[in-house]
Design a protein around this ligand. Structure first.
Ligand code: PGA
Length: 257
């Protein structure tokens, strides 16, 4: 049984004060059930980089994991505006979202750059949450699977079987992100199943069965239960609905039905 991952991607939202208030409300709802929830799930918060120290402090003594939304593949150097794994780790960051569709489509990140980041995360023992997903046009053209598998193939180039087990894949169809139009659980399961099959062919059953494949794109308290009821949907990467403590708390308490 894979441990589910419910992850909040706050994107470029919340000030430090807003983050503290949100986490106080969230912890009030999650901490009392933390031991029970921890039996089959992990919860991760990925705030904007500048909020990481404040969020680390606000999460002290909780079971929440701390993630970054991006990082550079080099450890240090003349890369103005960038942050590196050795800068993140002292704050207790354990996960890093890489290749999010906004990084790919707004900031022009290529599969090659994302692959270098994945390898850097692995080198530093950070869990890469590698995002893949097709655009609306690719979806309409019927090439979703081809796009997703291509992004995965490139993004995971050079990753060994032992390291693959720790990778989290996030399937996030671009047409579903922030649109209120989530993929149906059946649509997502079809892609997730094919992703696991591809991982199995390349890295073997044991590694493929260990990798968490989470879904992202308009996840809400209303659709989370049916999404995680599918055999290959191991959790969710949540944007908009993670900004409100009440709705993210409900998502964290998801129940497969
Ligand atoms: P959304 O974003 O939940 O607001 O659709 C998800 C994401 O981009 O990770």
């Amino acid at each position: 049984m894979r441990t589910r991952l419910l992850a909040a991607n706050w994107k470029m939202n919340l000030t430090a004060n807003e983050a503290r208030a949100t986490l106080a409300t969230l912890r009030a709802q999650i901490d009392p059930e933390a031991a029970t929830l921890a039996r089959d799930r992990e919860v991760m918060i990925a705030p904007a980089a500048v909020l990481i120290p404040a969020v680390a402090q606000a999460l002290a003594g909780s079971s929440f994991l701390l993630g970054a939304q991006n990082m550079h593949f080099e450890d240090k150097g003349a890369f103005t505006g960038e942050i590196s794994a050795p800068m993140l780790k002292p704050f207790g960051v354990t996960h890093v979202i890489l290749g999010h569709s906004e990084r790919r489509h707004i900031f022009g990140e290529t599969d090659e750059v994302i692959n270098r980041k994945v390898l850097a995360a692995i080198r530093h023992r950070l869990v890469p949450v590698l995002c893949v997903g097709e655009t609306q046009a690719q979806h309409d053209a019927g090439s979703a699977l081809e796009v997703v598998l291509g992004q995965l193939e490139n993004g995971l180039d050079g990753v060994g079987g032992e390291d693959l087990r720790r990778v989290v894949v996030a399937y996030e169809p671009v047409w579903a992100i922030g649109t209120g139009r989530n993929a149906t659980p059946e649509q997502a399961q079809t892609i997730h199943g094919a992703v696991r099959e591809m991982l199995r062919e390349r890295w073997g059953s044991e590694a493929a069965d260990t990798v968490r494949i989470i879904y992202g794109g308009s996840v809400t308290p209303e659709n989370i239960d049916s999404l995680i009821s599918k055999p290959d949907i191991d959790g969710a990467l949540v944007g908009g609905a993670s900004l409100k403590a009440d709705s993210f708390a409900r998502i964290v308490k998801a129940r497969a039905g």
